[in-house]
Design a protein around this ligand. Structure first.
Ligand SMILES: Cc1ncc(C[n+]2csc(CCOP(=O)(O)OP(=O)(O)O)c2C)c(N)n1
Ligand SMILES: [Mg+2]
Length: 201
């Protein structure tokens, strides 16, 4: 688990749509993705729809725990939660439970733009003090990466193609708002097709 190195530099911030595209460019068949509500859902949808995506339109603070449930229920799959800093902060205690359970098939990735982008770009706690990888480590994650540039992103993308240990990653992204790409909004249908996609429906 040492492929992903910290490469924090002062280079320009990563752009979120380029970041999601790079992360999932070689998405393996078994990878289920749970995006947080709002921007990360739009980011994921910008890559094209996929029934292995469980889009969240609400449940703020719940993305990581939904990922934990999936990872525990389906040890034959890998699960990546890709959420925002505000969403992660709302469910920050989930990191403690996830680290204790430590499913080997779960990745928790936070797109940290230091703002609540979806609701008008109010500053979040990560803009001032909260260091998410440090929080994850403090909760017991043995792997918590800090990704700030293209090299780090490419390491993280490689990691996602076949990880075998729980990890956390914060991806530092620019606080911009690309045009929204809205996937299906019917929660019942989203659940049904996701269950079908993983052979549970
Ligand atoms: C319980 C609850 N509180 C507040 C909101 C409003 N809300 C929706 S998205 C969001 C901010 C999300 O910020 P972040 O996760 O950092 O995503 P970003 O858009 O910055 O990528 C907020 C406050 C909500 N949907 N549910
Ligand atoms: Mg944010």
């Amino acid at each position: 688990m040492d492929q992903v190195k910290d490469h924090a530099t002062d280079e320009a911030m990563l752009e979120r749509r380029a970041a999601i595209a790079a992360l999932l460019a070689r998405r393996p068949d078994d990878l289920l993705v749970v995006p947080g509500l709002g921007s990360t859902t739009y980011d994921l949808a910008s890559l094209g729809d996929d029934e292995r995506n469980f889009y969240l339109w609400g449940a703020m603070g719940g993305a990581a725990m939904i990922g934990l449930g999936l990872a525990l229920a389906r040890p034959d799959r890998r699960v990546a939660v890709i959420t925002g800093d505000g969403e992660m902060l709302m469910g920050i205690g989930s990191l403690a439970t996830i680290a204790l359970q430590a499913p080997k098939n779960l990745a928790v990735i936070v797109f940290d733009n230091r703002h609540y982008g979806e609701t008008g770009m109010q500053e979040s706690h990560t803009a001032r003090a909260v260091d998410l990888p440090a929080v994850a480590r403090g909760c017991g994650f043995s792997c918590a990466f800090d990704v700030a540039d293209a090299r780090g992103l490419s390491d993280l993308a490689a990691q996602l193609t076949g990880f075998s240990e729980l990890f956390f990653a914060r991806v530092r992204i620019a606080a911009n708002e690309p045009p929204r790409v809205l996937p299906l909004r019917d929660g019942v249908e989203l659940k049904k097709r996701f269950r079908r996609a993983i052979g549970a429906g």
